[in-house]
Ligand binder design. Sequence first.
Ligand code: SAM
Length: 232
Amino acid sequence: MIDSVQHKAQLRDYFDGAGFERWTAIYGQGELGRVRRSIRVGHDRMLKQAATWLSEAGIGPGMRVLDAGCGTGLWSVALAEQGCLVTAVDIAPKMVAATRARAEERRVVDRLTLLTGDLEQVRGSFDVVVCFDVLVHYPPPSFAALLSRLAACSAGPLLLTYAPRKPLLAALHWVGGHFPQGQRRTEIQMIPPQAVKTMLATAGMHVRHSTNINHGFYHVQLVEAYPDSIFS
Ligand SMILES: C[S@@+](CC[C@H](N)C(=O)[O-])C[C@H]1O[C@@H](n2cnc3c(N)ncnc32)[C@H](O)[C@@H]1O
């Protein structure tokens, strides 16, 4: 049994090594095999749904966005291109470098603050917080700690994905898309939807939208939650 510090170090090494190559390919434009292609399409659908919710919420130029676990910067750069001021954080230095390179190429780097580090250390207040396909790697205690930190940073919508507890086959498909053989089953953490709802409530948030995004080997629950204070 590894502790949460070791677990995070393992994730950082994975996403800064083999995982970097894997996810750069999935989030890129090149040819892919069937499994990774389905993850690319599912991820794209998830981002489109998130964009729809954010546009309904009136997110626009000048707003402060935290992209928690920014990966290669797909979402950070898309929001910067819409005029948002984005703080992009990732635990893997190569991911942060890839986000910077994408932002430079699209000439929006001046709208980004790039940070390498653990989300649990992030402080500040943001109009929007997004955390896509990051919490899928965390078991309930760490999941709750990260969620509580994200909620504390969020003055408006918090959008996140997690891996809902599913029948075994779907779970193995999902896990198979993420990790090299040998690490797969232990690293993707499925959480019951009710547990996530309870964690959000404990963090002072409640759910406005929640939908399942399933495509091939990609299975996540996308959630949009708001601070209770907005409604009181
Ligand atoms: C599957 S990628 C998703 C990237 C991006 N959010 C997207 O959807 O395009 C997961 C990312 O989360 C990052 N990550 C995992 N745990 C983290 C933590 N505790 N703090 C910051 N980043 C983390 C990884 O380094 C990786 O880049």
